[in-house]
Write a protein that binds this ligand. Structure first.
Ligand SMILES: [Fe+2]
Length: 194
């Protein structure tokens, strides 16, 4: 097989993949927002949906700056992450635990995008596509900020709320069960209580 592909071809391929990923996310983010109980979390997903629409337009500018036609190529990676998020939403969790899980799902998507944009910025810079590099950097910064916002919400109460819910459910039950010796806790049960 003749080896004719260049970094520029790989770059265009990544751009098309990322363009498709963003479009998939515009459909997934409203579902995350709808499933969120915390108003702050819902707002974070809604704000990121708006940002994502801007990121799609920004990618169109990147294609234009390279004199390439705008096109997408199915992104299997984000499709898998979205699919996992959907299965989580079907679980029967209490509200705060569900919020913690929605944050986890959202952060998986953000990190995937951060990896993609990080590569795109580095490649655009290496090839001297300065306009593309600065547009892509803007989006990378937005993705990082969105990820930090989700961490703030998780660490600012949602994770603890979910953990406290677990403790109050367990309260008073565990010592009795262990003392009775009816059933030795499995290693899985032990680690879950840590
Ligand atoms: Fe994005």
């Amino acid at each position: 097989m003749a080896e004719t592909g260049t970094l520029h071809d790989a770059f265009l391929d990544e751009l098309r993949d990322t363009y498709d990923a963003e479009r998939q996310l515009t459909k997934a983010l409203p579902k995350l927002a709808k499933a969120a109980s915390s108003p702050d979390l819902r707002e974070a997903f809604e704000n990121h949906l708006e940002e994502t629409q801007g990121q799609i337009q920004r990618l169109e500018l990147v294609f234009k700056s390279l004199d390439e036609k705008v096109s997408g190529k199915h992104c299997d990676g984000i499709a898998g992450i979205i699919e996992e998020g959907k299965s989580i939403m079907e679980e029967d969790f209490d509200e705060t635990t569900m919020d913690a899980c929605l944050i986890a799902a959202g952060q998986r998507a953000e990190h995937y995008e951060m990896a993609a944009y990080g590569t795109l910025v580095a490649w655009a810079t290496a090839m001297g596509h300065t306009e593309a590099a600065s547009l892509l950097q803007e989006t990378l910064d937005e993705e990082k900020a969105a990820d930090e916002k989700l961490s703030e919400l998780a660490e600012g109460g949602i994770n603890q709320g979910a953990a406290d819910g677990f403790e109050s459910e367990e309260e008073g039950q565990e010592p009795v069960a262990v003392a009775a010796g009816a059933k030795k806790p499995t290693s899985k049960a032990k680690s879950a209580r840590r």
